[in-house]
Ligand binder design. Structure first.
Ligand SMILES: Cc1ncc(COP(=O)(O)O)c(C=O)c1O
Length: 496
């Protein structure tokens, strides 16, 4: 801005009468900003109070008192008979923004911690909210009994006790912990003392707590390869050395793991339904894993994220149910069985570590709401939860069959689908050497949201595939979508 003798024009300078901020404050803040960022340079004459008041349509007294305040604080200097000027000698050079602007220096790079750098390198999905069909892990939200749930929520809020207005119980609501303990006995064959349960804001917070409590820099973590991305990245961020363990027909390849990375501090596994391959860990493998953990003082995370959905035969009891030495952290979530926005999960903690976890949860934020916890507890106790699971099982099983049949019929040239007896997704191997990342992107453009198998891997598998969620895919739309999938994948296999 040139130093106009009649005072700066201050174009583009206006006041907002509906903003709720007093005009005096708006004017004062704007003048300071213009002086500080160098738009009004030292020695610049300010417009006369009369001119500025009339240009802005404000009272002259308001402008005068702003100028007086600027003078009082040294931003401006009043010269009798000549007007008000931006003060000389203000150390503008000390202002990094002005110095940068004058010297055209690039802004300094922002220093972040090594931990934050690892956070930034995470490939965990940030796509939340609206999703396209076949995105893995999304429940049939249109089938959720919203009205009934709202009633439970409303009751919990209306009949809320005064004590619920304070911080919740440090391990999460006692009522909900008791409901979960009963459910685990009925559904997973586990005998759990509710005091061993820590309520978390989803399985992910349970992984954070476990990593926080158990891991030191450089500790080895056996991690399924392919495996759950967000859990793995949390371990990495906490300084763990991730040891990828391949999966065979019976689950984690323990011979490989023992030979290559003996005595891990922690072992992460999804034994009920391997994420993402879908394998169920055999009983022999479960017992071998527990035996090894006991002998080597290793801890195990059993991530039982979608075990409610089994379509054939009886589910094997949880790994934790076989664990007499209490080396297993059993992690559950309501993100799949109910809905993810609830942000409630839990971890069953070995008794010796309950107090440590309670303190860790307290320090890291008690991220779930006491009102929602109470509503969920009553929803479970009234049998609504099991009723919902049963209904979803029927729906998901139908959707799985339709998807598998359509893939088998229409995609044989491009995909080899793997049948699954459990869960909410299925794997399909890509044929013709098609890269899964390319397939994923092409499908996304066609409105289909698969996940590439390579995203779950630390070590490449030597085979590419896509993971397709069937739980949220409307059965009537599946045939058409699969045809579109076939067309898209055929095109990227031989683009002409
Ligand atoms: C293997 C696995 N574990 C756990 C979760 C659930 O995470 P949260 O309970 O934090 O939503 C997911 C969600 O995608 C998952 O895929």
């Amino acid at each position: 801005m040139s130093k106009s003798p009649s005072g700066a024009l201050l174009q583009g300078f206006s006041v907002e009468r509906d903003s709720g901020i007093p005009i005096y404050r708006q004017l004062d803040a704007s003048m300071r900003r213009l002086i500080l960022d160098g738009t009004l340079p030292a020695g610049q004459k300010l417009p006369s109070t009369r001119d500025l008041a009339s240009e802005l349509g404000v009272s002259r007294i308001t402008v005068k008192s702003v100028y007086e305040q600027l003078v009082a604080e040294g931003y401006a200097t009043a010269k009798t008979g000549a007007g008000t000027f931006v003060s000389d000698g203000l150390d503008f050079e000390a202002s990094p923004r002005i110095r940068r602007r004058r010297l055209k220096i690039k802004p300094p790079t922002i220093e972040i911690s090594d931990r934050a750098r690892l956070i930034m390198s995470s490939k965990a999905s940030m796509r939340h909210g609206e999703t396209e069909p076949f995105r893995p892990g999304v429940p049939a939200l249109d089938q959720f009994p919203v009205k009934i749930w709202n009633k439970y929520l409303q009751d919990a809020a209306i009949n809320n006790e005064r004590r619920n207005l304070s911080y919740g119980e440090v391990n999460g609501s006692a009522a909900l912990r008791a409901s979960i303990a009963r459910h685990l006995t009925d559904a997973r064959g586990m005998q759990v003392d509710p005091d061993q349960i820590i309520i978390t804001s989803g399985a992910q917070q349970a992984f954070v707590l476990i990593a926080f409590v158990l891991l030191n820099e450089g500790d080895t973590v056996w991690y399924e390869n392919p495996g759950h991305i967000a859990g793995r990245d949390v371990m990495k961020i906490m300084g763990a050395n991730i040891a990828p363990v391949p999966i065979d027909d019976e689950g984690m390849d323990l011979n490989f793991a023992v030979k290559t990375h003996p005595r891990p501090t922690l072992i992460f596994t999804t034994p009920s339904h391997q994420q993402p391959l879908g394998t169920t860990m055999s009983l022999v493998r479960r017992l071998t894993l527990l035996g090894y953990a006991h002998e080597n003082n290793s801890w195990i995370i059993e991530d039982d994220y979608d075990s409610e959905f089994r379509y054939k035969g009886r589910p094997l009891p949880a790994l934790s149910a076989l664990d007499s030495e209490r080396r297993v952290f059993y992690v559950g979530t309501f993100s799949k069985s109910m809905f993810a926005a609830m942000r409630i999960g839990y971890v069953v903690v070995p008794p010796a570590l309950v107090e440590t976890f309670a303190k860790a949860r307290n320090l890291l934020g008690q991220n779930s709401s006491a009102v929602v916890e109470l509503a969920l507890s009553r929803f479970m106790d009234d049998g609504r939860f099991v009723e919902h699971i049963r209904k979803m099982r029927r729906i998901y099983s139908t959707r799985r069959d339709i998807l598998f049949d359509c893939l088998t019929k229409d995609c044989t040239d491009v995909l080899e689908p793997q049948h699954t007896d459990a869960g909410m997704h299925m794997l399909a191997w890509l044929k013709n050497g098609v890269d899964d990342q390319a397939a994923h992107l092409a499908l996304l453009e066609a409105g289909i949201e698969s996940l590439p198998l390579s995203a779950y891997c630390v070590e490449p598998l030597g085979r590419s595939g896509i993971v397709l969620g069937f739980s949220s895919a409307n059965e009537k739309r599946i045939p058409k979508l699969v045809k579109r999938m076939s067309y898209t994948l055929t095109f990227i296999a031989s683009p002409q």
